[in-house]
Structures are given as C-alpha cells and as structure tokens.
Ligand binder design. Structure first.
Ligand code: FAD
Ligand code: UDP
Length: 366
C-alpha cells in the first residue's frame, strides 16, 4: 500500500515525492514518459553535448528557500542568461535597454536621455489589461511592433491584445545597460544537469518510480491512499468542462562541428523566421567541446502541452476544474499543468513545498 501515488515526475512531483518520503510516507511516482525530470529533463546527445530535450531551461529565483532546498541535491554553476534580438539587421539586447536603443537608432543617449526618449513614445493606457497594453505603455508602438508583436503571434498564435498582461510583463524595459535576461538574486544551473539533480531527489528508499506508465492504466491496479496529480487538470476530469488550451513547441536540434555558433546563449527572432529563438546549450552548461548543439523553437498548436495560455476565457474554464478539484477528496493538484499556471521552475518548487506543508498540517489535525 502506498500512502501517495504521484502522477508526473517533473519538479512538482519530484519535490513532493522527496518531501513526503522524508516524512516516512511510501510514495509511488509515475510518468508516462521514459525519463524523470518532466520538461526539465536533460541528457548527453550522440555528440556528447548536454542538451535539454524540451527546450532551454535556465534556473533563476528570488526565493532563498527554493534555492536552499534544491541545493541539497545539486551543486551549482553560476550562470546569468543573456539574450540578443535580431531586429532590423542588428543583434541588440533583449530586454530592451539603453544599448538596444542606441544601437537600433544609431544614437548615443545617456540613461536619462533614453528615459525621455521612451516617455516621448510610450502611451498611457489605463487600465493595463493586455500584453499589448504593457508594452506600448513602456516603449510605444514602434518598439512594440519590432520586439513583441511578431514574436508573440508566433509563440501563441494570438495578438498581444488577446493575451493577459502577465505574459509580456515577464520581459521588463530598462534604461541602464544591464543586459541580463533575469535579475533574480539566485541565477545558476545545476552543475551536473537537471536529470542528475532529479536522480538524487528521487533516490530515497521510500520512493518507487514507474516510467512509461500512464495514470489511467494503473489507477485501478495499485493500492494507494491519496493522489498528487501534476498532469493536465482537464485530462484528469475527462475534459468535462471542455479542453483547456495549451501551446506546444517543435524543438529542432542541430549539432555543428564548430566551437560556437552565436554570440550568446539565446538569440530571439521577433520579426523573421518561423522559429522564435535559437539557444546554444554550451553557454548555459559551460561545457567545453569542439562541437556545439543548438535548439530552434517552432511554436505549434499540436503536441505536448507545454504552455498554459493566460487569457480570461481560459481562466474561466480552469476555475470550473479548480472548483471540482477542491471537491474531490484525497486528490491534490499542483504544477504548471495541474494548476494551469504559466510558472517557472522555481515557482513550481515553491508551490509544491507549500502543498507539502498543507498536507502535513492536515495530518496533524486528523
Ligand atoms: P512538467 O515538467 O510538465 O511535469 C509533468 C509530468 O507529468 C510530465 O513529465 C508528464 O509526462 C507527466 N504526466 C502528465 N500526464 C500524465 C499521466 N496521465 N500519466 C503519467 N504521467 C503524466 N522555467 C524556468 O524556470 N526557466 C526556464 O528557462 C524555462 N524554460 C522553459 C522553456 C520551455 C520551452 C518550456 C516548455 C518551459 C520552460 N520553463 C522554464 C518552465 C518549466 O518547464 C516548468 O515550470 C516546470 O518544468 C514545470 O514542472 P511540472 O512538474 O509542473 O511539470
Ligand atoms: N516576448 C516577445 N519578444 C521577445 C521575448 C518575449 O514578444 O523577444 C513575449 C512573448 O509573448 C513571450 C513572452 O514575452 O511568450 C514571455 O517571454 P519569455 O522569454 O519569458 O518566454 P518563455 O521563456 O517562457 O518561453
């Protein structure tokens, strides 16, 4: 008899498995894929380069609790991600910063002058409801069109005016020269990769792992007390309120027999090509090799559910499932798919640590 059946071996499932196992619970964690790690899974490809199977995963967090927790299972390699955008034939920093404006417009403005430059161009939309509002409020229509409109259309197949403000609000605007993609306090990559970290998290005698196992196929066969479900919530409930929309991506990998390909970890293509960005893994991992592997991301409607799509009508469908979930005894939902939230890895870890505390607290009161 297992105390918990955990569905999904990504961050959400692995954190709960590890925490509950430490408390003496017997845990069975399953995944329909043939590996642990969920979307953060990495592996060495045939050319010996460490790559991320489901697109580039860069760890960053402001949460000391999350960073400390994960540090039990991995050492870290400090890494600050930098992104360039291919715009008007130039490679310029994204997020838009002082250097971006100076390079794009062939000027030499100071930080104060660039503030004035943007103030003269930005609009003042109130309330800020959509992803278009966020950007035109910060930089105006022209830069919005160069950097956000086309990229967003490719990524989501929606105009920014059709997406919640939270989506483009992930990318700030800066008037200084800071060209880091993230400004979080902790920015580092697991020294030996994500899969090695997950292997350590899950190597507890109270944890059993079953891969290539779909929840549906075993739920009637295995005795357990409670479920933690990190797959798509709509699937759990047999789509009774209709399908929740997700965005998927086709990842195209390419290995070149040269040391490097591009000048930084990721280059975005907001105005051209069918792919949104190219990432070169060696920048992220620090690996040394005379070969290099790139991944091109082609967004698509079909395929694995990678991105919940933040917009009002989808949130309304999710709220119905959430209510049903709250009424369903002994089943907990967590993670990016289980709660239909556009969460980064650290947010999923924080969410699952919070759920763990809630579960333990509920036991004290029984
Ligand atoms: P997942 O990792 O998706 O795990 C869920 C698991 O459940 C999957 O392995 C799935 O196979 C399994 N499952 C589903 N249904 C069933 C079933 N019926 N039976 C058995 N198993 C099932 N975050 C960052 O912090 N930084 C980044 O740079 C970053 N880059 C990203 C790039 C891309 C292209 C994508 C798609 C995401 C990125 N993320 C990034 C987000 C990150 O991937 C997620 O926050 C995190 O992986 C979510 O973990 P999870 O456990 O909730 O879900
Ligand atoms: N975005 C954009 N242009 C860019 C970078 C981002 O329009 O050059 C928008 C786009 O809608 C994207 C969102 O901002 O989906 C969030 O970007 P982020 O890099 O955080 O996306 P993720 O890494 O999660 O795919």
């Amino acid at each position: 008899m297992y105390n918990f059946l955990i569905v999904g071996c990504g961050f959400a499932g692995a954190v709960l498995a590890e925490r509950l196992a430490e408390e003496g619970k017997k845990v069975l964690i399953i995944d329909k894929r043939n590996h642990i790690g969920g979307n953060a899974y990495d592996y060495y490809n045939e050319e010996g380069i460490l790559v991320h199977k489901y697109g580039p995963h860069i760890f960053h967090t402001n949460s000391e609790e999350v960073f400390r927790y994960l540090s039990r299972f991995t050492e870290w390699r400090p890494y600050e991600h930098r992104v360039l955008g291919s715009v008007d034939g130039c490679l310029v920093p994204i997020p838009i910063n002082l250097t971006t404006i100076n390079k794009l417009y062939g000027v030499n403005l100071s930080s104060d002058e660039v503030t004035e430059f943007l103030e003269a161009r930005c609009e003042n939309r109130k309330p800020v409801l959509t992803s278009e509002d966020v950007v035109v409020n910060a930089v105006g229509k022209e830069l919005y069109e160069k950097f956000f409109k086309g990229y967003t259309k490719k990524q989501w197949d929606l105009d920014p005016s059709e997406l919640d403000a939270s989506v483009t609000a992930r990318v700030p605007t800066r008037t200084n020269c800071d060209d880091r993609y993230f400004t979080d306090t902790f920015q580092a990559m697991p020294k030996h990769g994500y899969t090695a970290m997950f292997t350590k998290m899950l190597s507890h005698p109270n944890i059993s792992i079953m891969l290539q196992t779909d929840f549906r196929d075993i739920v009637e066969l295995i005795p357990f007390e409670r479920i933690i479900y990190t797959g798509p919530i709509d699937c759990y409930f047999d789509y009774c309120y209709g399908k929740l929309p997700y965005r998927s991506i086709d990842f195209r990998f390419e290995t070149l027999h040269q040391e490097t390909y591009q000048p930084t970890g990721t280059v975005n293509y907001p105005m051209s090509n069918l792919y949104t960005r190219i990432t070169e893994f060696k920048y992220l991992t620090g690996q040394k090799s005379d070969k290099t592997t790139l991944v091109y991301e082609y967004p698509t409607a079909e395929g694995d559910p990678y991105y919940p799509i933040p917009r009002k009508q989808n949130q309304e469908i999710y709220n119905q499932y959430k209510k049903l979930a709250e009424e369903t005894e002994n089943v907990y939902f967590t993670g990016r798919l289980g709660t239909y939230k556009y969460y980064n890895m650290d947010q999923v870890v924080a969410q699952s640590l919070a759920l763990f505390r809630k579960i333990m607290k509920s036991e004290v009161h029984v």
